[in-house]
Design a protein. Structure first.
Length: 374
């Protein structure tokens, strides 16, 4: 490397280090700002596409920095220079990871069905977000356990693809999930190289086979991942329905005799990004057993959610017991659930009165329902 080039590199390095030192006292603001931007993007109907595009671009830059760190170091060493802005690289990568995790966290938290296996995935994402802001743990992972660090980065890539593609390109949940799995598998290659250190054709083929197995396992476990851009804004059960107004009507006691006579409507309002068109399903289950699976097509963009309903007209004579209606994507991710119980005596029966109820927690913005006794 020439003296002039080395001098320019040193100047650039020192300038970057100075900017980082100036920014570090305010770095704690970055995660809450990213979380706020994610929350705003989640609740806005038009979904700020530019934020998603910038986030995806930021991750791409971080990926290039992470992959090129060793290559640049070797290139400079061969030319008599040991200068490599490792501090700059690590700091930028940490900022990108924090931005990704805290931006996507509102989507994950609000779309999780907490009574399902999705809770495990969401808790893991919360743990990753906390890890990204705990400097001692984060930098120890980056410096001493490089293969785990690349897995951490691949998980961030998975999240950003999962959240941004339905917003930016109006891809369905299933399409986005498949692309997210493929992206995570591709970005996990450095991790497996660090872990297995393949030498020879057979070991490389074995590593590629392992990547395929991991991608397949991720696809099979999709039911544990929340549908991060689809969520229930309201649901109701009723014996009648006004199709012109798209509203449930009437009330009925949930007894076997009444349901044999009137049937039952299940109404759901599902929020989705503007421009998205997706097929979902109402899965009617009796004592856990699937009885009916009815397809619906929803369109995104409506503030209060796309209103859709199914009508079950034929109930078995032994219909008493616990029922639930799972609202599912075509790839088996649960959006929400409606529960009711059927009994023989009307005095003990629940009422299906057509009242549209918002879910507890963030999507429904009805915090009072989370309080004990409410």
């Amino acid at each position: 490397m020439t003296t002039d080039a080395s001098s320019r590199w040193m100047t650039l390095h020192q300038r970057a280090e100075r900017w980082i030192e100036r920014f570090k006292p305010y770095a704690w603001l970055w995660p809450p700002v990213a979380f706020l931007l994610g929350a705003l993007s989640f609740f806005l109907v038009d979904r700020q596409k530019s934020l998603g595009a910038l986030l995806a671009l930021g991750l791409l830059v971080a990926w290039v920095l992470l992959l090129s760190e060793n290559l640049i170091g070797r290139f400079l060493a061969r030319r008599g220079s040991s200068l490599l802005p490792g501090t700059v690289t690590s700091f930028v990568a940490q900022m990108i990871h924090q931005e990704t995790l805290f931006f996507t966290l509102p989507f994950v938290l609000a779309t999780t069905v907490w009574s399902s296996g999705q809770t495990v995935f969401t808790l893991m994402m919360i743990g990753c977000a906390l890890l990204s802001i705990l400097d001692p743990l984060y930098f120890r992972l980056a410096e001493r356990h490089r293969w785990l660090y690349f897995i951490f980065h691949a998980q961030c890539v998975f999240l950003v693809v999962l959240v941004t593609l339905p917003i930016m390109l109006q891809l369905t949940t299933g399409e986005s999930f498949m692309l997210a799995v493929l992206a995570a598998a591709f970005f996990s290659v450095p991790s497996l190289i660090h872990l297995t250190r393949p030498r020879g054709l057979l070991r490389w083929l074995a590593m590629l086979g392992l990547i395929a197995v991991l991608a397949g396992a991720a696809w099979v476990s999709r039911a544990w991942v929340p549908p991060v851009t689809l969520w229930l804004t309201g649901s109701a059960l009723s014996p009648g329905f006004d199709t012109a107004a798209r509203e449930p009507r009437g009330d009925v006691a949930l007894t076997t005799q009444a349901l044999e006579r009137t049937g039952l409507y299940a109404y759901t309002a599902i929020r989705a990004p503007r421009g998205l068109r997706e097929k979902i399903y109402h899965e009617w289950r009796h004592e856990g057993e699937l009885v009916d699976r009815i397809a619906l097509v929803i369109n995104g963009g409506r503030d209060k959610g796309y209103r859709a309903w199914t009508h079950k007209q034929h109930f078995p004579k032994n219909a008493q017991g616990d029922w639930r209606i799972d609202v599912m994507t075509g790839t088996g991710q649960r959006i929400g659930v409606l529960r009711f119980k059927v009994v023989e005596e009307s005095q003990k029966a629940m009422q299906a009165d057509g009242t549209i109820r918002s879910p507890g927690g963030v999507p429904g913005l009805d915090i009072r329902r989370l309080l004990p006794g409410s």
